[in-house]
Design a protein around this ligand. Structure first.
Ligand code: TPP
Length: 322
């Protein structure tokens, strides 16, 4: 298995992606606080290792389904930051022409079949994409990202079961950030989430979701199984969201100490330390990754701000086929 933090090119790529996700979401947080962005959004700050390492294990022709907390998935699969930012700012140049906002970004060109505000909504879509790949005779794999809360939804069980009985080329990646809104995952299930999935007869594993290498290794194995026709697998990546569930969260269900302990396990800092220790990245390389991400996000904000607003008069265009 490739040592991601030991390979200078891979390490730079991984760190660049994680910093782009972090800086994008920090910018979104700030634009919201300044009253320039409306609606709500769900930030994944603290969870960057999961989408980054997962998408590193995929080919550009593979696909993903994403969630309401999906900025990281979109960026890791290759979405353009300016079109994402434009979407969140309700601009015409956004991925959904400014009508979808944070939760509804799809980018078929990079294999992103769509973020989805419906918890577990992407799971049956991923099974469908797996079936489509089978019928077309390609070796494409689909990763379905979802949170721990999704494992309690009917759509999750239907999608995982169908993928299992039909041996579809799907990898189910659970970002267990330990809360479904304010509900601790341990209070919502008597079994571990991997036990749930293994009940459907698919290989299931739990890894440290703040460790790029662990996520990459587990997903790489699962992708290889899926691609060779051995069917779906489940990877539970245990991680943590530093920010509230969404913009209305007062964090009353968890302690400051708990948040602080997880901030000390920042996946970006951990990866920087690992790559430095392996001699793959020098301090100057790390600074450069961080600076490039800052510049990329800054120019995405500038381009999005300068773009024309979506026009409410055109809201119903493209709802019906002509
Ligand atoms: C089917 C459905 N039920 C309820 C909701 C409201 N809701 C939005 S996010 C969320 C919690 C999801 O938790 P989890 O799946 O663990 O993902 P996380 O927010 O932790 O990333 C809920 C209940 C919804 N959007 N869709």
């Amino acid at each position: 298995m490739t040592g991601v933090s030991a390979d200078p090119d891979l390490a730079r790529q991984v760190l660049g992606t994680m910093w782009r996700i972090r800086r994008f979401e920090e910018a979104v947080d700030e634009l919201f606080a300044r009253g320039l962005m409306h609606g709500t959004m769900h930030l994944s700050i603290g969870q960057e290792a999961v989408p980054t390492a997962t998408c590193l294990a995929l080919r550009p022709t593979d696909s993903i389904t994403s969630t309401h907390r999906g900025h990281g998935h979109c960026i890791a699969k290759g979405a353009a930051l300016d079109r994402m930012m434009a979407e969140l700012l309700a601009k015409r140049t956004g991925y959904c022409r400014g009508r979808g906002g944070s939760m509804h970004i799809a980018d078929v060109a990079t294999g992103n079949l769509g973020a989805n505000g419906i918890v577990a909504g992407g799971v049956p879509i991923a099974a469908g994409a797996g079936l489509a790949a089978r019928l077309r005779g390609t070796d494409q794999v689909t990763v379905s990202f979802f949170g721990d809360g999704a494992v309690n939804e009917g759509a999750w069980h239907e999608g995982v079961n169908l993928a299992a009985i039909w041996s579809l080329p799907v990898v189910f990646v659970c970002e267990n950030n330990q809360y479904g809104m304010s509900m601790p995952s341990t209070k919502a299930s008597r079994t571990t989430l991997a036990e749930r999935a293994s009940g459907y007869g698919i290989p299931s594993t739990t890894v440290d979701g703040n460790d790029v290498q662990q996520v990459y290794d587990a997903v790489t194995d699962a992708v290889a199984r899926a691609r060779s026709g051995d069917g779906p697998s489940f990877v539970e990546a245990v991680t943590y969201r530093w920010k509230g569930h969404s913009k209305s969260d007062k964090n009353l269900y968890r302690t400051r100490d708990e948040i602080e302990q997880w901030r000390e396990r920042d996946p970006i800092t951990l990866f920087e330390a690992a790559a430095s220790e392996m001699g793959a990245l020098a301090a100057a390389d790390i600074d450069q990754c961080r600076e490039q991400a800052r510049q990329a996000v800054r120019s995405a904000v500038q381009a999005a701000m300068a773009a024309p607003d979506a026009d409410p008069a055109e809201l119903a265009d493209a709802v019906y086929a002509k």
